[in-house]
Design a protein around this ligand. Structure first.
Ligand SMILES: NC(=O)c1ccc[n+]([C@@H]2O[C@H](COP(=O)([O-])OP(=O)(O)OC[C@H]3O[C@@H](n4cnc5c(N)ncnc54)[C@H](O)[C@@H]3O)[C@@H](O)[C@H]2O)c1
Length: 271
């Protein structure tokens, strides 16, 4: 039945006001899904929601705050009564040398990138289990959640943590024979606002050069959020756990890294 099984269903998307979230929302709307869009950028979120046809609930939400995500779940169920697809998508990038990044910025990375996903699971999984009907959860990590990078350690570390959490979750839902599926999404470069504000009070020149090169990479080689969302939904419809829509950014470095670890070879230069 493929993507059509989502027709008329309900999709919840965090980080929906920008980039990948907007592509997922437009694709879900095109499939005839009803939407719950969540983001901290309230104004941008409402403006974006107004561009979509269909039944759309825009919920200002801070995924770093468990109570805010719980309100998101409550409002979702009050309005629509069920959830078919949950995208734990919100994320932020933090750059700099790992020892120079201030503790608050380290904490913020984990609060959003990891705890944001965890809060989504804590508020939605019990409701999905109680409903006992088919549903699917997509947690967003990154190619950087498999392949660490210099100058963005909080990002890499929090995305590695999402990888582990998501595999644990999948095994737990299998143990319970729950009808709730899980996928891990690892985007490569996608045109978005992720590199808009990655610095703390001081941008180190090396971090600035790194961010400039990443911005160029996204502009030149990044998929549009809409093209990216097409691939994501197609992979979900095929029942895939590993959603790796851009194998060209993943397969070879991932193979090399695994071979190096198996052979106890030291890491190759990453930069
Ligand atoms: N764009 C890429 O190349 C790329 C690559 C790998 C992974 N990702 C991941 O994809 C996801 C989406 O990122 P994007 O590239 O679309 O970036 P983006 O910056 O365009 O969008 C992220 C959205 O998350 C929202 N957000 C940030 N903090 C939040 C919070 N506390 N609560 C709720 N919403 C919050 C932002 O307001 C923004 O609208 C992120 O998890 C990111 O790490 C992106």
């Amino acid at each position: 039945m493929g993507e059509l099984r989502f027709q008329g269903g309900v999709a919840v998307i965090t980080g929906a006001a920008s980039g990948i979230g907007t592509g997922l929302a437009r694709k879900a709307a095109a499939l005839g899904m009803r939407l719950v869009l969540a983001d901290v950028q309230e104004r941008v979120l409402r403006d974006f929601a107004a561009t979509l046809d269909g039944d759309v609930l825009a919920m200002p939400t801070d995924v770093a705050d468990a109570a805010s995500v719980e309100r998101l779940a409550q409002n979702t169920y009050e309005r629509f009564g069920s959830v078919d697809l949950l995208f734990n998508n919100a994320g932020v990038l933090t750059t700099g040398f790992s020892w120079q990044i201030e503790p608050e910025r380290w904490k913020r990375s984990f609060d959003i990138n990891f705890n944001g996903v965890l809060h989504g699971l804590r508020s939605f999984v019990p409701r999905l289990l109680k409903a006992g009907r088919p549903a699917h959860i997509v947690n967003t990590s990154s190619v950087g959640g498999f392949l660490p990078s210099p100058l963005m350690a909080p990002y890499s570390a929090s995305k590695f943590a999402v990888l582990a959490l998501t595999e644990s979750l999948r095994a737990e839902l299998e143990m319970l024979k729950a009808p709730v599926g899980v996928s891990l999404l690892a985007p490569g470069p996608v045109q978005s606002g992720i590199f808009n504000d990655p610095f703390g009070p001081q941008a180190d020149p090396a971090a600035q050069a790194f961010v400039d090169s990443m911005r160029t990479l996204l502009t030149r080689h990044g998929l549009t959020p809409d093209a990216f969302a097409e691939r994501v939904f197609a992979s979900i419809a095929r029942g895939q756990y590993w959603l790796i829509p851009q194998p060209e950014a993943f397969d070879e470095p991932f193979r090399q890294r695994n071979e190096d670890i198996a052979a106890r070879r030291n890491p190759r230069p990453l930069w």
